[in-house]
Design a protein around this ligand. Structure first.
Ligand code: IMP
Length: 180
């Protein structure tokens, strides 16, 4: 069982669900204040469980889309961000709410945010399930963060190690022998 590979649980399923209720309320209130409705864009594949949990709370008529960019292999960030799959909905003159699993070095979001500005988006906000501020190399912060985590490699709730563990319903740290 994949559960057996986990050293410790950092964030439980209940905590994530509760936090998604709070985040959705806050996000909805902010857009309402601005009088805009964003296109909600998830970055594949890590954002999928979080995005599903979040969007079911939104009361505004939300359009969703996905993009796949890659800059990550194994446990270290590598190279530049590449677009593997682009979104279908036009971002031109639309506010964008980007949904991400984790802000680590920040490289991905710096590049993706720039790309949305080039596509003519009127505004780009970021909601990330996790934030790992100790690892930051690029100047960027998510507008909304679920949980701040320490500098450990985490898996679950969309986050993977070599494409596995995304299905775990919690955020956990892998046993060291899994890397070795
Ligand atoms: P950044 O561009 O360095 O911020 O990397 C962001 C991406 O790296 C995330 O979308 C994740 O897919 C991946 N990533 C960063 N830290 C972790 C981690 O602890 N576990 C799993 N994936 C991670």
């Amino acid at each position: 069982m994949v559960q057996d590979d986990i050293l410790k649980v950092l964030v439980t399923e209940e905590e994530i669900e509760q936090r998604c209720v709070e985040l959705a309320e806050q996000i909805e209130a902010d857009y309402q204040k601005e009088g805009t409705v964003p296109v909600v864009v998830g970055l594949l594949k890590g954002s999928v469980p979080f995005m599903a949990e979040l969007i079911k709370r939104f009361k505004f008529p939300c359009e969703i889309d996905f993009m796949k960019v890659s800059s990550y292999d194994g446990t270290e960030s590598i190279g530049d961000v590449r677009i593997d799959l682009d979104m279908q909905i036009s971002a031109k003159e639309r506010p964008i709410l980007l949904v991400e699993d984790i802000v680590d070095t920040g490289r991905t979001l710096v590049e993706v945010k720039k790309m949305f500005k080039n596509k003519g988006a009127t505004d780009v906000k970021i909601v990330s399930l996790l934030d790992k501020p100790d690892r930051r190399e690029f100047e960027i912060e998510a507008d909304y963060v679920g949980f701040t985590v320490p500098n450990e490699f985490v898996v679950g709730y969309g986050l993977d190690y070599n494409q596995k563990y995304r299905n775990l319903p919690f955020i956990g740290v892998l046993k060291p022998e899994i890397y070795e």
